[in-house]
Design a protein around this ligand. Structure first.
Ligand code: C2E
Ligand code: MG
Ligand code: MG
Length: 644
């Protein structure tokens, strides 16, 4: 009776399609990707030669040599697929380095395969697997033991999946395990329809599922650069940290990406990215570094140099740095890319995933210029990153332990020649990290929403201070309180503030709220609504940090502000002739608009004089005092009174 080869023919077609799409489409160029293609190829050859075997039998030729060649090739390829499948799983779990440290384990695990190859290759002389009778194949002694070896590798694969399940996505585990039910189905089919050769077909189905899921280029490969995507990078890096896989990482950030994008537009930016990706791939090839290349987004490229090739990372980084110095011509525009290159040894330099992501995001802002390969060991300050990673907890702890304190920095009136007000500035002193500047914890608090509770603490403290005896004795006009952008965007802000003021029974004109231009940028409507309500009740407003953003004069004029605070950057540059003229004009304009002017960050007497001459109203800065705790502030003002 003839065997049916339909399933094998179908398998050959399926595998051929997979092979073609994998070779010609944007597949993942990493170890797992390479092994996958090999696996498809090997399975396809096995299917093809199985078809040949059956064809020879059907023709009924008694050419023994031909029979032997065809059958031997089939068996060799078919039995290579299972160990390859295990290698594919090892690549997915990124654990090859385990075999580097324990090479004997790898060798021991390969022994069954070598035995199988030995048995198959010796068959033409020994006939221990099959023999030919009247042009038909007959199984002999070892024919079934080949299944035993195959089962060994399949089991090994599953043990491996279980051992390293934490490094695989749940979807990947399910897909890899789908070969079990499919294998069982194949066994059943073969049992009931012994002439149907469904074995390879079921393997092909598994490979196709893998191709559509784990190896799916859409999920893993960036269509513009042809490099692996952010998602793949995240998985790989996390896996490497979990497995304690030591490797080197080259980080490339294009600092002027945003400006290049607005200059070149969408299509040409893509062309530029493609061009850069090609340069990286070329460097990788010439260095024979076999590294994995990723494009994350917004001009950020990453290269993982693994295993035996890690020693090539320094040279590769240097070459990339050199290659990216050259201008690139895009649409007849010569563009220079500000590429910052950094080399990190992982996990020695940076020990965890979160810190690495935070570091990679802005390491280029820690250095001054492009042109050299920076070392993460020098740039990465463990403490800063621990601090930033821990910030949410630190903030929560501060609420619990009541360790937020409000400090006051006195503000001097040039006209009245005395201190008339103060700015409330929040301080956070953590028992582990010590003093944490507001510039670090406020942005985090804004993201988590903790800023609202922080705002309440500051307002309560200030109101309590104003309601107290000390404040009355000092004769101060008001206290300035900083409002964050997030607070300004809140509908209930005005009611909330007014109810606190009322609760303490203080006059609303003792409070001045500082907003920034960014706040005005966000939600003009809600901001104006809040401002109007508060101003009608008697609260006044200052515009903080004037001159740091893109000062929009029209908007400035439209806001009901009492005070404008010139930022320290103005102060620091006031001796530059052109800036001095600009400053003079700005101050005149603000005065004509009936606004009062506070100058911030004044540290010297000379500066005091400069700004007095420029007709400013108030001075705030270290020259008089740093922000100090409430009792010290009270003493400071009292002393200033008596010595005046
Ligand atoms: P800001 O409102 O512009 O506050 C002025 C900053 O300049 C303060 O920094 C102050 O200590 C510092 N400063 C004052 N005089 C001098 C000087 O002469 N030289 C120098 N080098 N610096 C001077 P600080 O306290 O670190 O606060 C930084 C920023 O954090 C503040 O900038 C403000 O935007 C924010 N912030 C502080 N407290 C609060 C708060 O309670 N709520 C909100 N939302 N933000 C706050
Ligand atoms: Mg301020
Ligand atoms: Mg300021």
């Amino acid at each position: 009776m003839e065997n049916l080869v339909h399933f094998d023919i179908a398998a050959v077609i399926m595998l051929l399609v997979m092979l073609m799409t994998n070779i010609f489409s944007k597949r993942a160029k990493n170890t797992a990707g390479h092994i996958y293609v090999l696996l498809v190829g090997v399975t396809m050859v096995a299917a093809l030669f199985n078809v040949f075997t059956v064809a020879l039998e059907n023709i009924g030729t008694d050419n023994v040599v031909l029979h032997n060649i065809v059958r031997t090739i089939y068996l060799l390829f078919h039995n290579t697929a299972t160990p390859l499948f295990v290698m594919y799983i090892i690549s997915l779990t990124r654990t090859w380095h385990k075999f580097k440290t324990n090479p004997h384990i790898g060798i021991i695990l390969m022994i069954p395969y070598f035995v199988v190859v030995g048995i198959i290759v010796s068959n033409p002389f020994t006939n221990i697997v099959f023999t030919l009778e009247n042009g038909a194949l007959v199984k002999t002694t070892f024919a079934d033991s080949l299944y035993f070896f195959a089962t060994f590798y399949v089991l090994l694969g599953f043990v491996y999946i279980i051992m390293y399940r934490r490094t695989l996505r749940i979807g990947a585990i399910l897909v890899l395990c789908s070969s079990i039910p499919l294998g069982i189905v194949a066994v059943f089919v073969k049992h009931f329809f012994p002439r149907s050769l469904v074995e390879i077909f079921s393997n092909a189905v598994v490979l196709m599922i893998i191709s559509m899921t784990i190896q799916n280029p859409e999920k893993n490969v960036d269509t513009i650069t042809n490099l692996r995507k952010y998602r793949a990078y995240v998985t790989d890096i996390k896996t490497d940290f979990t497995n304690n896989n030591h490797h080197k990482l080259i980080l490339i950030n294009i600092a002027n990406y945003d400006s290049l994008r607005s200059l070149l537009g969408y299509d040409y930016t893509n062309e530029l990215l493609k061009n850069i990706a090609n340069k990286l791939s070329d460097c990788n090839k010439t260095n024979n570094a076999r590294s994995e290349l990723y494009y994350l987004d917004r001009g950020k490229f990453r290269i993982v140099v693994n295993g035996y090739n890690a020693s090539k990372a320094e040279k590769l980084a240097a070459d990339i740095n050199e290659a990216l110095k050259h201008m690139i011509e895009i649409n007849r525009i010569e563009v220079t890319i500000d590429a910052f290159v950094c080399l990190a040894k992982l996990p020695e330099d940076i020990g965890d995933y979160k810190s690495l992501m935070a570091f990679g995001n802005d390491f280029h802002e820690r250095v001054e210029k492009t042109g050299e390969v920076y070392l993460a060991s020098e740039l990465f300050k463990q403490r800063d990153f621990h601090l930033m990673n821990d910030m949410e907890n630190i903030i929560e702890k501060a609420f619990k332990n009541r360790s937020f304190t409000v400090y006051y920095q006195p503000i001097y009136s040039i006209e009245k020649k005395r201190f008339v007000s103060a700015e409330a500035l929040l301080r956070l002193i953590d028992d582990e990290y010590g003093f944490i500047p507001p510039n670090l914890f406020i942005p985090v608090a804004e993201k988590t929403g903790a800023i609202h509770r922080i705002g309440d603490i500051v307002l309560e403290n200030v109101c309590q201070f104003i309601a107290g005896e000390d404040f009355k004795r000092l004769g101060l006009d008001y206290i300035e309180i900083n409002l964050s952008v997030v607070q300004c965007m809140q509908r209930g802000l005005a009611d909330n503030i007014l109810s606190t003021i009322k609760r303490y029974g203080i006059s609303p004109d003792k409070i001045n709220l500082e907003i920034t231009e960014t706040a005005a940028n966000y939600s003009q409507n809600i901001l104006i609504e809040n401002m109007t309500k508060l101003i009608n009740a008697g609260v006044s407003f200052s515009l903080d940090d004037f001159g740091t953003g893109y000062s929009n004069m029209a908007r400035l004029a439209s806001l009901p502000l009492k005070i404008v605070k010139l930022d320290k950057t103005f102060v620091d540059n006031s001796n530059k002739p052109k800036l001095h003229i600009f400053l003079k004009g700005t101050i005149k304009m603000l005065k004509d608009m009936d606004m009062e002017i506070v100058v911030e960050g004044i540290e010297t007497e000379q500066m005091v004089n400069t700004f007095s001459n420029l007709n400013c109203d108030f001075i705030q800065g270290y020259y008089y005092s740093k922000p100090i705790p409430e009792p010290d502030f009270v003493k400071f003002i009292e002393n200033a009174r008596t010595s005046a």
